[in-house]
Design a protein around this ligand. Structure first.
Ligand code: ADE
Ligand code: ZN
Length: 330
């Protein structure tokens, strides 16, 4: 099957993490910044492991110095996603990298991101929504400043609040206040958990942050009671199989728990996380899931309908997504 044109929903994509290396190199050249140490000789991002990845990620973002750069980034990312059949995507946006969490500066960055999103919607039919994302290893106090940016800009475009970064840093309890602020502003909630840490971290996200979705969550498979809870409470997992395999959380896709979680009744969806960092695309994820687990068009449509249901968007947008997913495609 040629999966490229198959309509897809992606719920877990870091905007900076989706930056084509060529764009980051070009911006570094324009700004006379030397970040050549983050690239391999053939121009790919270069890092040793997840923690080094986070450092390289932050180095790459250092060339994104203003709203105009984020407009170029957003345009490039959405064009690439649309080329892989993505009709709706939610991107993690970090006020940390967009004006250092100053609300006024953040509004300007957001305006630029939205302009690019509107243009991409008109040109490629792809819809974007933003999830504001504090970075765990920056700490809980800093996250409150991020939550303030979220409160001030929550609406029809900024619809979610999440947390990414180093899962082993600090405790999710430290972020409960920031998540309460976001919830009170009407934002829907997700958190990275169970990517590097075990089931206890997924429980912490559910108990302390009261999230509807979990970013990754794959290590829940190690705890049968938690798997049952996820299924019962209809918690949606934003699973990024290629990311987990590339970073070494699982040695190969055949050992990845996505199919076991799905078979146990957990709502799973499929995303790329930071596609050029992990040498993946949505097309490649689908090809791999077909090859290793035998997922077919019916299965992918089911998974995309779960994603549409769980998307942090208004019901009119959701209904339009469902229509596009259910329209037969060749
Ligand atoms: N930030 C970007 N990608 C991430 C990931 N896979 N886990 C946690 N934080 C991230
Ligand atoms: Zn992620």
């Amino acid at each position: 099957m040629n999966w490229r044109d198959f309509p897809k929903i992606e719920l877990h994509l870091h905007l900076e993490g989706a930056a084509p290396p060529a764009l980051i190199k070009q911006l570094a050249f324009e700004k006379k910044l030397d970040i050549s140490n983050i690239f391999t000789p053939d121009g790919q991002y270069d890092y040793r492991d997840f923690w080094h990845f986070l450092e390289v990620y932050e180095a790459a973002t250092s060339v994104l110095t203003g709203p105009e750069e984020f407009k170029r980034l957003t345009a490039a990312v959405l064009e690439e996603s649309a080329a892989h059949g993505v009709i709706y995507t939610e991107a993690f946006l970090s006020p940390d990298f967009c004006g250092g969490r100053d609300v006024g500066a953040w509004r300007e960055y957001l305006h630029a991101i939205r302009e690019a999103a509107d243009e991409a919607h008109a040109a490629h039919g792809i819809t974007l929504r933003g999830i504001i994302t504090p970075i765990r290893h920056f700490g809980g106090d800093v996250a409150r400043e991020t939550a303030r940016c979220a409160q001030e800009t929550a609406g029809d475009f900024i619809t979610g609040f999440g947390i990414g970064g180093d899962e082993k840093a600090g405790h999710l309890k430290d972020f409960a206040y920031a998540f309460d602020m976001a919830r009170e502003a009407g934002l829907r909630l997700t958190a990275h958990a169970g990517e590097w840490c075990g089931p206890e971290e997924v429980r912490a996200a559910l108990d302390h942050l009261r999230v509807a979705r979990i970013g990754h969550g794959v290590r829940s498979i190690e705890d049968a009671a938690l798997v049952e809870r996820l299924a019962q409470e209809q918690i949606v997992l934003e699973v990024c199989p290629g990311s987990n395999v590339f970073l070494g959380a699982y040695p190969r896709l055949a050992a990845h728990p996505i199919e076991r979680l799905r078979a146990e009744g957990v709502k799973v969806t499929v995303s790329t996380d930071d596609p050029p960092f992990f040498r993946t695309t949505m097309t490649r994820e689908y090809e791999d899931l077909e090859r290793v687990f035998g997922w077919d068009a019916e299965r992918f449509t089911q998974v995309n309908l779960v994603a549409a249901e769980a998307a942090f968007c208004d019901d009119e947008t959701r209904a339009a997504l469902r229509d596009r997913l259910e329209t037969p495609h060749v």
